[in-house]
Ligand binder design. Structure first.
Ligand SMILES: [Zn+2]
Length: 273
């Protein structure tokens, strides 16, 4: 039996999100909220709160601004230099994860940067494709580094919030069995209850447990725009590609999230065939 997903209810809810001017301390993107409360940044999915935002170092803040300016002017190589510099200044698990997401986004950009007008002379296109693979591999190396660092920190028993980052990194490199174990650690911790719902939303969407996925999407969509990406994924699983596109179009108008842009790109290319 297919799941009942009332699309108009979610579109109304999505419309209520607006830019509130809080920049994520790890990727510098504006966190879009409904009423000022939020858990995770839609771009990098790292969680922060107003205290962490207010305590951000000035050198990191200005590098984030430069990085985003470089991206808007299509100077991705310069943006990468700013990201590498940030990682040297702050090699925290959060910054490593956000950098991995940047390299994923840079890789996607190169992959789609194909000039069909070149015709028979495709050398530039093949250079872009190769560069895309190198960047994707850099992103994965950072994710594996993060999993190792977070795992070591969890063993010390000092830090519990770090399990959320380890979980997201494991999901990104498709280590789902490990991610399930890490989800157990997150569920056992009472310090970050919002992380429980967010991680469950991500996990149940991935394993296609639709009943549980929609339960956590409903919970997270009250504060976090990212929930609508997971909703779109669920709609695709229910063969409702047109509805998934409607959600994703509104989503990408408000926030940038590399995997949401990729999903929309795939749906559009399927629709055009
Ligand atoms: Zn972010």
């Amino acid at each position: 039996m297919s799941l009942s997903i009332p699309i108009s209810k979610y579109l109304r809810s999505l419309a209520q999100f607006e830019k509130k001017g809080v920049a994520c301390p790890y990727c510098g993107n504006i966190i879009i909220t409904k009423d000022g409360s939020y858990f995770a940044c839609p771009f990098c999915e790292m969680h922060s709160n107003e205290v962490q935002v207010s305590k951000q170092r000035d050198d990191i803040k200005s590098l984030l601004v430069s990085k985003n300016k470089f991206i808007s002017s299509n100077a991705w190589d310069d943006a990468a230099k700013a990201v590498d510099q940030m990682l040297l200044l702050d090699p925290s698990p959060q910054m490593i994860f956000a950098s991995a997401i940047f390299y994923e986004s840079f890789s996607n950009h190169c992959w789609h940067d194909v000039d069909y007008s070149i015709g028979g002379y495709m050398e530039q296109n093949s250079i872009n494709r190769e560069k895309s693979w190198v960047l994707k591999s850099k992103s994965r190396t950072l994710l594996y580094r993060d999993i190792k660092i977070c795992g070591d920190e969890i063993k010390t028993g000092k830090e519990t919030d770090i399990a959320f980052i380890k979980f997201l990194a494991e999901m990104k490199v498709s280590k789902f069995a490990q991610a399930k174990d890490t989800l157990g650690i997150i569920m056992g911790s009472s310090t970050l209850s919002r992380a429980n719902d967010y991680a469950c939303m991500s996990y149940y969407s991935q394993i296609n447990d639709q009943k549980n996925a929609i339960k956590y999407i409903d919970s997270i969509s009250t504060t976090d725009l990212s929930a609508f990406y997971y909703l779109a994924k669920l709609l695709v699983k229910n063969r409702r590609n047109a509805d998934a596109c409607k959600i994703l179009f509104r989503f990408v108008e408000k926030a940038s999230m590399p995997k949401a842009t990729e999903l929309l790109f795939k749906l559009k290319s399927v629709g055009e065939k």
